[in-house]
Design a protein around this ligand. Structure first.
Ligand SMILES: [Zn+2]
Length: 413
């Protein structure tokens, strides 16, 4: 079992073959959830899973569960998977790598005639990207109990088509109640979508969790005034105040290992010869730990409190998502599987289905490098060697974990 190797060429061929479903002239993939292209790739996966001897079930939101029986078939399955949908300007790897690597694991086990103790479940989560129907990770969220089935079905796309209508149009829904499946564990392989592994020339990221996020709106009000006749010491310049806050947030984020971004800033009634009197801006703060988020927020508040008296501020937190910490047992299995490869622990900056799955089941993620850290772009790219290494770690982690969580008495039974 220790020398069991996945077939990297077959995995690569499957990645290239499935890139046809929604393939674009620039080499990218545009496969929005619950479209004709999504239906085609789902049918392809289902056919391959059936050919590999899996039983196939779908829940009422179109989440796909492809199950390979275990020796102890009464145990909850160990799951693997990710998503098949893409952004409008998507590539060949984001999401689908984790699904096709799971298929590769199953086909490798079949060829070697290996029976695992736990059943294995390959999952395709519907609507991860959140680009056709917001929010993102909609149906893994529903599985985890974060969203109700009615809420999901009522989401609408830019044309006003509801998720429920789109789901029915491509006949993607099944009979299974949402959330009926329990997992003994779940492993998600994904491209990093950042530059760290490539920069450090490492093959595997052991993803220990997902960053928490806090979003704020801030209104700053000073006093609009003539740009020529208002002395510098007599101004209440809202933009000058904002620039200090942006700089300050950047400094504290760098110091604490977090991220701070001002992505939107709108000056009210802007004019080149008027001192900016009022503006609205956003803050996006991210950190792997609650304490880090807390420290960044209190620093921002302290800076706002310290603004000059002529500037008034109104800060509102409009959304937050707590940091996710993956399961130590699952992480130990991934580390063990990756031990012969260059690897490091890391925290995901992007959201993933695994973040919601972790609310219900022991979960971990595996990252492989992508060129330039680029994703959500037609040029998104990963090497055949790195994809194969990721699938190999997925297989090994699954086998290690299967043994680790099976009690000796059960294994011998
Ligand atoms: Zn993804």
């Amino acid at each position: 079992m220790e020398n069991l190797r996945i077939d990297g060429e077959r995995l690569w061929a499957n990645l290239m073959e499935t890139a046809r479903f929604g393939g674009t002239d620039d080499g990218g993939v545009r496969r929005l959830t619950l479209t004709a292209e999504d239906r085609e790739v789902r049918a392809w996966l289902e056919a391959r899973a059936l050919a590999a001897g899996c039983s196939v079930s779908r829940d009422r939101l179109g989440n796909m569960f492809l199950r390979r029986a275990g020796r102890r078939d009464d145990l909850a399955p160990i799951a693997m998977g990710s998503h098949l949908d893409t952004q409008p300007t998507g590539g060949k790897f984001d999401g689908i790598l984790g699904v096709l690597a799971g298929l590769e694991v199953i086909e490798t086990l079949n060829e070697a005639g290996i029976e695992t103790e736990h059943p294995i479940m390959l999952v395709n989560w519907t609507n991860e990207e959140g680009s056709r129907f917001a929010p993102a990770m909609l149906c893994s969220g529903a599985w985890a109990g974060v969203f109700t089935e009615d809420y999901v079905r009522a989401r609408t796309d830019a044309k006003g088509i509801s998720f429920g209508t789109a789901l029915d149009a491509v006949s993607a829904a099944g009979e299974a109640p949402v959330g009926a499946e329990d997992f003994a564990a779940m492993f998600e392989l994904h491209i990093e979508q950042g530059p760290v592994l490539e920069r450090e020339e490492l093959t595997i990221g052991v993803v220990t969790g997902v960053q928490g996020m806090r979003w704020y709106d801030l209104d700053l009000t000073g006093r609009a005034a003539h740009a020529g006749s208002t002395p510098m010491d007599a101004r209440a310049d809202a933009l000058l105040a904002a620039s200090g806050l942006i700089r300050g947030a950047s400094v504290i984020a760098s110091r604490l290992g977090g991220y701070a971004t001002v992505g939107e800033l709108t000056i009210r009634d802007p004019s080149r010869n008027v001192v900016p009197g009022a503006l609205s801006m956003t803050f996006d703060l991210r950190h792997g730990e609650d304490a880090g988020l807390e420290a960044m927020e209190s620093d921002l508040k302290a800076q706002i409190a310290g603004l000059e008296p002529g500037i008034s501020a109104d800060l509102r937190q409009i959304w937050s998502s707590p940091p996710v910490h993956f399961d130590p047992g699952c992480l130990a299995s991934v580390r063990e599987a990756a031990k012969s490869l260059g690897h490091r622990d890391m925290v995901s900056g992007a959201g993933h289905d695994a973040a919601y799955v972790a609310r219900r089941a022991p979960t971990a993620m595996i990252f492989v490098p992508c060129a330039g850290g680029l994703s959500h772009n037609p040029a998104e790219s990963a090497t055949p060697e790195d994809c194969a290494a990721g699938a190999q770690v997925l297989l090994d982690a699954l086998l290690i974990h299967d043994r680790r969580i099976t009690a000796p008495a059960e294994a011998a039974a």
